[in-house]
Design a protein around this ligand. Structure first.
Ligand SMILES: [Zn+2]
Length: 498
């Protein structure tokens, strides 16, 4: 494995989702919804046929990975499910039962979609962080997050399941039967169809792998996501959630004697084995353990993003790719991952308070990078002798330090501006009187309460002192000056919050 694999695998998922707003639920959600419906009301097939049933529940979306598919309507039709069953009846066991189970899975997909298409669908209706303009494509972002949540809540069960995907020759047989039944001709380019099937399989497995990685390595972020998407089951006031999809799937699932008791040795491959062995899962683990972290290495992140920029045109889709990368970055909270992804492509929001929130999130991220670079520089190992000549670690630290300080200055400026704006927005005499008595109270509480202007001046002075200390390269003095500066900033911040 190498990091290119991880990059490519991540892009398969992100790009497929970014160009593809036609879908109601992502593939992992379809698998999970079908599974949850089965647990609730019974599965239409036996355990041995679940692999075909669950893989089938993703397969109407085959061919959608590069944006649109001529076959979308075909695969999402009752006629196609019937054609599949007709072909199944011409086969020997176990191919017959496997294909019948797959047809049941395709029906489950359509039932799930029926509860979520168009404006009333959760992916379309859900708005996360309503107070933030994230600049992310709403539909695709919701779908990806829902896939991660749905995997997490079914993780233990799904790990024990298999997935058995359709092969190209059987697909062509069914397409021909569909044409015979309906009179609609379909192109049957074997190579093109084979490629679509491979892409589909890669996408489902990669997304499972990503979901698994996030769920096992960053449970904190997942619970933040679940909290923000706590209406997933019931739906928003405008859109239907997972409960309705599960109910629709359970409603239409008919079990037959033959399929419910069927036993076979052909089950496809185990999800658990895949998760343990897949290139992506392995590379994630390797990256996780080793020094090279997928999202911490700027080399990887930059190449991922510049590659994506060539493939994805719209700003919001670039933001989506950023979001995917941020999602895997453990240093960022869920909200930070959202905010920073959108900001990178659409700039700061107009609203000053929102801009301040963006700046603070950026400053936090810069500080983490600065601390890391500083530690690397201070603990420069003897064997990295070239660093004594290039000083590239020192330069990196200084560059990040300068960026961080510049960000803090921006924050100070905008805070002062907000404070100034606030002081002239008193609207009535009553407000004014209330403000006066509040000030009087505060002054009475503390004689030393400094005005905002004084606090701002203290910050500026501390900053100058800090720069001077940093220039002397005296670590102890720089550290002390930094503490003083931080204290001054905290004082200003605290005063403004009163
Ligand atoms: Zn669909």
């Amino acid at each position: 494995m190498n990091k290119r694999h991880a990059i490519k695998a991540l892009l398969v998922v992100l790009l497929a989702a970014a160009v593809n707003p036609a879908v109601a639920w992502g593939p992992v959600s379809h698998i999970s919804l079908s599974y949850e419906a089965g647990v609730k009301n019974g599965f239409p097939v036996s355990d041995d046929l679940l692999g075909a049933y669950l893989a089938g529940s993703t397969e109407p979306d085959v061919g959608l990975d590069d944006g649109k598919s001529e076959d979308y309507g075909v695969y999402h039709s009752e006629d196609f499910a019937k054609a599949m069953e007709t072909v199944a009846m011409s086969k020997e066991s176990p191919d017959r039962e496997i294909l019948l189970a797959r047809a049941a899975g395709m029906r489950s997909h359509m039932a799930g979609d029926s509860a979520a298409h168009g404006k009333t669908g959760y992916a379309e209706a859900k708005i996360m962080f309503p107070d933030i303009q994230s600049g992310l494509p709403k539909h695709t972002t919701n779908e990806l997050i829902v896939d991660m949540i749905m995997y997490d809540r079914n993780k233990e069960a799904l790990k024990k399941q298999s997935l058995n995907f359709i092969d190209v020759d059987t697909l062509i047989e069914i397409r021909k039967e569909y044409s015979r039944m309906t009179g609609k001709e379909l192109k049957n380019d074997r190579d093109a169809l084979k490629k679509e099937l491979l892409n589909h399989r890669a996408m489902v497995l990669t997304e499972l792998s990503l979901a698994h990685h996030l769920s096992s390595s960053d449970p904190a972020k997942l619970s933040q996501m679940k909290e923000e998407y706590s209406d997933l089951n019931l739906g928003t006031t405008d859109g239907n959630g997972a409960d309705k999809a599960v109910a629709r799937i359970a409603e239409q699932a008919k079990s037959s004697e033959n399929l419910s008791s069927f036993k076979t040795t052909n089950k496809g491959f185990k999800i658990k084995d895949y998760l343990n062995n897949s290139l992506l899962a392995k590379s994630m683990q390797a990256l996780e353990r080793g020094a090279l972290k997928l999202t911490k290495s700027s080399a990887i992140r930059d190449s991922l993003q510049s590659f994506a920029v060539g493939k994805v045109e719209a700003g919001r889709n670039k933001a989506f790719v950023n979001f995917g990368v941020n999602l895997l970055n453990k240093d960022l909270s869920f909200k930070q991952a959202v905010v920073l992804a959108g900001k990178a492509t659409s700039g700061y929001p107009e609203d000053q308070a929102q801009k301040l929130a963006y700046l603070e999130i950026e400053a936090e991220a810069l500080k983490a990078q600065r601390d890391k670079a500083q530690a690397d520089y201070n603990n420069r190992p003897w064997w990295k002798f070239w660093l004594y000549f290039t000083n590239s670690d020192k330069e990196k630290y200084e560059k990040l330090e300068a960026q961080y300080q510049a960000k803090l200055r921006e924050i100070d400026t905008i805070r002062a501006q907000i404070a100034a704006d606030a002081s002239v927005t008193l609207v009535s005499d009553a407000d004014y009187a209330a403000a006066v008595s509040e000030c009087a109270e505060k002054a009475a509480q503390s004689d030393t309460a400094a005005g905002l202007a004084d606090l701002q001046a203290a910050v500026d002075a501390a900053y100058k002192k800090y720069v001077a200390a940093a220039e002397t390269q005296n670590q102890a003095a720089a550290k002390a000056a930094e503490q003083e500066l931080n204290q001054a900033r905290e004082n200003l911040k605290a005063a403004m919050q009163h």
